[in-house]
Design a protein around this ligand. Structure first.
Ligand SMILES: CC(C)(COP(=O)(O)OP(=O)(O)OC[C@H]1O[C@@H](n2cnc3c(N)ncnc32)[C@H](O)[C@@H]1OP(=O)(O)O)[C@@H](O)C(=O)NCCC(=O)NCCS
Length: 200
């Protein structure tokens, strides 16, 4: 979950989806040729999903786009996120890497309009290095493009990524007071498990 400052006494809710009970939607055969990631989900017209470009120039552009989407979607942050904040996340979190940061692009705009990130975790780290669970972070859609199915497509793309890597469960944390966000996840089959903390 993006680190939007939580109001005092905010309740953080943990949500889960068991991918065994609801395996990611498989694409109809006609969408498999040629197999484009976005085509697998029948996303909104022309929408494509990709990870960040790892070339020097591409990465610069994608980080700017990522910051812009985050700052627009989380406008009530006390201050906008800057490149240094992104660099700090890179430094502090071993999963926060361009290859785990996904972007949604629409032909309507020359820049990406949505972000999401995937952290793969092992449920039994002492026994195995196999990733068995996925965690969603940093989901955000440019407010001008919300309610067009972009957020849903990003989450479904991540679910398929988890499934293909052997992860059977996907989790996330959000604030219970963000009812539009919990409603969004519920509409995709996520269930609220428990409240994690009562005090920030
Ligand atoms: C949450 C968010 C990513 C959803 O993205 P989106 O592209 O607008 O969502 P979608 O269009 O794919 O919505 C899919 C379904 O989720 C539900 N939904 C989405 N936004 C909703 C809202 N504000 N209120 C209630 N239900 C909502 C609806 O059922 C919707 O389907 P419908 O439009 O056919 O009714 C977006 O609102 C956002 O960026 N919010 C700010 C950042 C944020 O809070 N991120 C989550 C942090 S944990």
């Amino acid at each position: 979950m993006p680190r939007k400052p939580a109001p005092r006494h905010a309740l953080v809710v943990h949500m889960t989806k068991d991918l065994n009970l609801a395996p990611p939607v498989r694409p109809p055969a006609r969408c498999l040729s040629p197999p484009t990631p976005a085509g697998r989900y029948l996303p909104p017209d022309g929408l494509s999903i990709r990870t960040m470009d790892c070339s020097d120039e591409g990465l610069q552009r994608d980080v700017e786009a990522w910051l812009s989407i985050q700052n627009q979607a989380f406008r009530d942050r006390p201050r906008p996120w800057k490149r240094a904040d992104f660099q700090r996340e890179l430094h502090e979190r071993n999963w926060f890497r361009p290859q785990h940061l996904w972007l949604a692009e629409t032909p309507e705009l020359a820049a990406p309009v949505g972000t999401i990130a995937l952290e793969l975790v092992s449920c039994t780290p002492a026994l195995s290095n196999e990733p068995l669970g996925g965690r969603i972070h940093w989901l955000a859609v440019d407010p001008r493009f919300q309610r067009r199915g972009i957020g849903r497509t990003l989450v479904l793309r991540l679910e398929q990524e988890c499934w293909e890597r052997g992860a059977e469960q996907i989790t996330l944390e959000t604030l219970r007071s963000w009812t539009s966000v919990t409603g969004f996840y519920r509409s995709l089959g996520y269930q609220e498990n428990h409240v994690i903390s009562a005090d920030p």
